[in-house]
Design a binder for this molecule. Structure first.
Ligand SMILES: NC(=O)C1=CN([C@@H]2O[C@H](COP(=O)(O)OP(=O)(O)OC[C@H]3O[C@@H](n4cnc5c(N)ncnc54)[C@H](OP(=O)(O)O)[C@@H]3O)[C@@H](O)[C@H]2O)C=CC1
Ligand SMILES: CC(=O)[C@@H](O)[C@H](O)COP(=O)(O)O
Ligand SMILES: [Mn+2]
Length: 661
């Protein structure tokens, strides 16, 4: 026994201090690891500390007794406190996890924490300073389990959290990628959480909105507490087993190789269909501003070869496609020596859409966008959908295909993006009505008797928006809004009677959502498509966008009025089409395209367009050769849609011919 004053009892102070330091490091690592590791190491370190102190103090006497008692008491109370901290943590309320944590920045720490459904001490439970010190450790851990984290989260988390955290398709896709039991478990979990969705029947109540079809239009959907998803870079990874081309490097491997990426997030591979058009160019504008974030797989266009080649070069696209077969040589020559693949023809456009990409913009104009859009959906990625004709012609088929493929559709049409944003965090069952705003188009202030003489040039000038010629003329005739009513019905699953149109000449309020308590949620923004495109590009986060900020004081007032039926006869056709159901949307769009072509060719007058479409619908309503009509009819297949499109074009052309006689 050494005397208290014996200096030899402190002789091994150095090694003891070193072992204490090791303990501190181990303890810190355990804190970062959290959960059961933390508890085990805490107990172990405490035991070693008691032992160390035991050997250092006088075995007899009051000092030792008091110290031991104090230690035991503090260890016990510490354990109790920890138990409280580590015990089963109640799951956050619906939507809680989806709120972006302002401290989390990229949100990954939030997910680390969320992954432990049974509780556990995570980095975010630490004081901020300590968290800062431990950041490198946490970073390493994050990198290590980047791929597996989503899977663990899916398996660990309770159903509510699954339902609220991220779109089911992401989970399922990640499970598909790794295959096996986890995939099946996730699918079962999706089913249990009610996330296996069915299309509400046409004309069903607004409850249809909560039934999940709208969920296909993105992660945020209008299901109870489905909005405000936290940022989730994982969703941008390759989503399905990729159709690899021989010798190609997997996307995730390629994107991590990009040198000097400031953000550190994954590079997203994007494809832009209709790249040379108005929406396509706005998309490229946004993508070109962040070259470190995007890699371009394919760009497609039709006749504008100079612009297509220019953008393919500057974006470093792998593939450039013109929809016109006869333009192949022209595009090939323009891209000679660049290494960019070149292809031509409608099927090449569809093949471009089928190539692996995390995000695809469909900005093709007209029914030509349907097949490439379907290809992109079948591939199972995210489709930013500007091409409204896709949904008008084949809404049910498109949504069902997205459901099956696990694809996400994000609306880009400004009104639908506005609705989508206004629904963020809302319960779709509480939605009463949607109000789409319309500028009124080029002739909103013309006297009615002048309309018949309106020229193509006059109709091609929009009061607020800079857009392609076809949609601009459709705005003037209000066919554009008719298409949008059908588009809204298909996207959000609301009955036709719950969709309204309001003239709003300023084009600053893009849409409003009315709830059952009478509240109206409006979305406002400058008339700039980069708003809606940017929202789809950055979804589920919001990133800064180079768009004008509204100065409401300077604007002063916003005006609204009901659309005049005499001025806009095309508008009412939307409700007729929805009532008739089946393939009538495809027929309506096709007839409208024929009428517009005839007006552009100066074969018919501006006011004739609505007559051509209305008469075509009259003829088709009684046409038994037209496949599948009626609101309760089965879902039309692709062949039915294409057949309806062909028949309607023939009939509309006949109506045009008769009108010219
Ligand atoms: N412009 C806008 O602000 C908005 C547009 N939309 C919708 O977005 C879509 C695009 O509109 P917008 O950008 O104005 O149209 P544009 O006419 O400006 O551009 C259309 C694009 O599609 C290409 N294209 C034309 N014909 C074909 C074809 N047969 N096959 C494949 N590609 C083809 C064009 O190629 P090329 O130019 O080389 O001939 C061009 O790249 C439309 O469905 C429109 O209704 C929705 C909301 C707003
Ligand atoms: C930008 C956009 O989404 C267009 O569809 C726009 O809405 C057209 O303007 P109108 O409101 O005149 O149809
Ligand atoms: Mn629109």
């Amino acid at each position: 026994m050494r005397a208290p004053t014996d200096p030899s009892r402190w002789a091994d102070l150095g090694p003891r201090a070193a072992s204490a330091a090791v303990m501190v490091i181990v303890g810190t690592a355990a804190v970062v690891a959290g959960g059961v590791w933390f508890q085990m190491v805490t107990v172990f370190v405490t035991a070693v500390m008691i032992w160390e102190l035991w050997t250092m103090i006088e075995p007899q006497g009051p000092t030792r007794g008091m110290l031991l008692a104090a230690l035991v008491a503090s260890v016990l109370s510490g354990q109790l406190a920890l138990q409280e901290k580590l015990g089963p943590r109640p799951l956050p309320p619906r939507g809680g996890l989806r709120r972006r944590d302002p401290e989390a920045g990229t949100g990954h720490l939030l997910r680390l924490r969320a992954g432990r459904a049974g509780g556990g001490l995570g980095p975010r439970d630490l004081p901020p300073r300590l968290r800062l010190l431990l950041a490198p450790l946490a970073d390493r851990r994050r990198r290590r389990d980047r791929r597996g984290r989503l899977l663990r989260r899916a398996a660990d988390r309770g159903p509510q959290v699954l339902a609220t955290r991220e779109p089911q398709e992401d989970l399922v896709r990640h499970h598909i990628r790794l295959g096996g039991r986890r995939h099946r478990r996730a699918r079962l979990r999706c089913l249990r959480t009610g996330r296996a969705v069915h299309r509400p029947p046409l004309g069903s109540s607004v409850h249809g909105l909560a039934m999940g079809r709208h969920r296909r239009i993105g992660a945020q959907a209008a299901h109870g507490g489905q909005g405000l998803l936290g940022p989730d870079p994982g969703a941008w990874r390759p989503l399905r087993p990729l159709r690899r081309h021989a010798g190609r490097v997997p996307l995730h491997a390629r994107r991590d190789r990009r040198p000097g990426r400031p953000g550190g997030g994954p590079v997203r591979r994007v494809t832009i269909l209709g790249a040379t058009g108005s929406v396509g160019q706005s998309t490229i504008d946004l993508i070109a501003r962040r070259p470190e974030d995007f890699a371009v797989e394919a760009v497609t266009g039709a006749g504008n070869l100079d612009l297509l080649a220019h953008d393919a070069r500057r974006l470093g696209a792998r593939l450039a496609v013109t929809a016109r077969e006869e333009c192949y040589a022209g595009l090939r020559d323009r891209l000679a020596g660049t290494g960019i693949e070149v292809a031509a023809g409608p099927s090449a456009v569809a093949e471009a859409a089928a190539r692996p990409a995390d995000w695809t913009m469909n900005a093709i104009v007209g029914a030509a966008g349907l097949l490439p859009g379907l290809e992109a959906i079948r591939r199972g990625g995210t489709l930013a959908l500007a091409n409204k004709e896709t949904l008008v012609a084949a809404g049910r088929l498109v949504m069902a295909t997205a459901e099956t493929a696990g694809a996400t559709i994000l609306p880009v049409d400004s009104e639908h993006s506005a609705v989508f944003q206004a629904l963020r965090g809302e319960d779709g069952r509480e939605v009463e009505r949607l109000i789409l705003t319309a500028s009124g188009g080029a002739f909103r202030d013309w006297s009615l008797d002048r309309l018949a003489d309106a020229t193509v040039e006059e109709a091609s000038s929009h009061p607020n928006w800079a857009m392609g010629q076809r949609i601009t003329i459709d705005s003037a005739s209000m066919f554009n809004k008719a298409l949008e009513v059908i588009e809204a019905h298909e996207l959000f699953g609301l009955p036709a009677s719950a969709i309204e149109v309001l003239i709003h000449p300023e084009s600053l309020v893009h849409a409003l959502v009315g709830f059952r308590d009478g509240a109206l949620m409006a979305h406002l923004g400058a008339p700039d498509m980069r708003h809606a495109i940017g929202y789809a590009l950055n979804h589920p986060t919001r990133a800064p966008l180079p768009v004008e900020r509204l100065d409401l004081a300077a604007i002063g007032r916003l005006t609204f009025r009901a659309p005049e039926p005499d001025r806009y006869p095309a508008l009412a056709l939307a409700w007729r089409v929805l009532e008739e159901g089946g393939v009538m949307g495809a027929a309506f769009n096709a007839a409208k395209e024929v009428a517009l072509d005839a007006f552009l060719a100066r074969s018919i007058r501006f006011t004739d367009m609505a007559s051509v479409v209305s008469r075509t619908l009259d003829r088709l309503s009684g046409d038994t050769t037209l496949p599948i009509l009626g609101p309760d009819s089965a879902m039309p297949g692709l062949e039915d849609v294409l057949e309806a499109d062909r028949i309607a074009r023939r009939r509309a052309a006949e109506v045009v011919e008769r009108m010219r006689e």
